[in-house]
Ligand binder design. Structure first.
Ligand SMILES: *[C@@H]1O[C@H](CO)[C@@H](O)[C@H](O)[C@H]1NC(C)=O
Ligand SMILES: *[C@@H]1O[C@H](CO)[C@@H](O)[C@H](O)[C@H]1NC(C)=O
Ligand SMILES: *[C@@H]1O[C@H](CO)[C@@H](O)[C@H](O)[C@H]1NC(C)=O
Ligand SMILES: *[C@@H]1O[C@H](CO)[C@@H](O)[C@H](O)[C@H]1NC(C)=O
Length: 296
């Protein structure tokens, strides 16, 4: 009996060694060659299409967003140097990428739309540029909305339009004819607002959180390229080397920013109607879908 027992325990030990070996081997040859890890989860990356706008030689896309009712991806980009505008907004239908173009209006002068956001309930795109804010709605025509003559640096929609002008430290909300100062702190390059009214913003000093009079300096990295929110209200930032998750805690001071995916050369990023990640590398657009694969 004693012998047998010993043998069994040896067998168990050997099995354990083999299991470890198997795990190590599978780590080398992953279950999904086209997957990458986003924190602990493997996402399958697939190429969708190329954006066919007339880009500058060095392709720069600043922002992406999806008009959810039509599944159309909008993106702000820098057009070729010969173009009289520095910034433009293009669009491409995710269901049918042949339907694509650039927002323009031959009757309106240089607009330099470098920022935009979308009122999903009413399917209205708000665009900000060198001559205030314009709308682009169901009629597919541009119409002046607000702040003519001002340069709009960043724009966000959450029930109302929130925006930042050049030479002004404030985030301003426009509710009907009323303009309110929502935050007055430092010059802001870019911002988003969560469901619970936390403002996440980027300035030349780095990345900050703000809620009810409290401001937290979360990162001194001044080179985050953009901010976005997924369908679950999680805020992400991205930088040249990949994707970062902003973990906002109830006690704002305990919040953190964590790199969750290594994607060198990432351009801009948004989330589609199924909360898949949509991003670009140069002019190519990719989709990243969550999988249940554990080794990648
Ligand atoms: C990463 O995944 C682990 C394990 O699921 C989780 O506990 C952690 O909160 C995640 N981190 C972030 C930043 O999402
Ligand atoms: C990843 O996507 C490819 C097609 O793009 C598919 O063939 C493959 O099965 C997917 N893998 C997983 C783990 O979902
Ligand atoms: C974009 O242009 C390339 C090259 O001309 C072409 O192959 C591709 O089909 C175009 N993509 C779309 C979505 O129209
Ligand atoms: C993973 O997902 C695939 C299809 O989405 C399913 O067939 C498979 O059973 C799942 N595997 C596990 C371990 O949940």
């Amino acid at each position: 009996m004693e012998f047998l027992y010993k043998k069994d325990s040896e067998t168990i030990f050997l099995t354990a060694v083999l299991l470890v070996a198997a795990v190590v081997t599978q780590d080398v040859s992953p279950d999904c060659a086209s997957c990458i890890k986003v924190n602990a989860t493997c996402y399958n990356v697939s190429y969708l299409f190329d954006m066919n706008a007339t880009f500058r030689t060095h392709i720069v896309v600043h922002k992406m967003g999806i008009l959810r009712s039509e599944n159309v991806l909008f993106y702000s980009f820098e057009p070729e140097i010969a173009d009289k505008e520095y910034y433009k907004v293009g669009f491409v239908n995710l269901d049918n990428p042949d339907v694509q173009g650039v927002i323009s209006d031959e009757h309106i002068k240089v607009l330099n739309f470098g920022t935009f956001d979308i009122d999903q309930d009413n399917s209205i795109v708000y665009l900000g540029g060198y001559d205030g804010i314009f709308t682009y709605g169901n009629t597919k025509k541009l119409a002046p909305y607000s702040s003519r003559g001002d340069t709009i640096l960043s724009l966000f929609y959450k029930g109302f339009v929130y925006f930042v002008k050049s030479d002004d430290n404030r985030i301003i909300s426009k509710k009907g004819d009323q303009f309110n100062s929502v935050l007055d702190y430092v010059p802001i390059k870019n911002f988003v607002l969560t469901k619970y009214d936390v403002i996440v913003f980027l300035s030349n000093y780095g990345l900050f959180l703000h809620k009810k009079g409290e401001t937290i300096w979360l990162s001194k990295n001044a080179f985050f390229r953009g901010l976005t929110i997924d369908l679950d209200d999680t805020v992400y930032a991205w930088w040249i080397d990949g994707l970062y998750r902003v973990v906002i805690e109830k006690n704002l001071a305990e919040s953190s920013i964590v790199k969750v995916a290594h994607i060198p050369g990432i351009g801009a990023l948004t989330f589609d109607n199924d909360n898949n990640i949509i991003f670009n590398l140069d002019k190519s657009v990719f989709k990243m879908t969550e999988t249940n694969v554990t080794k990648c």
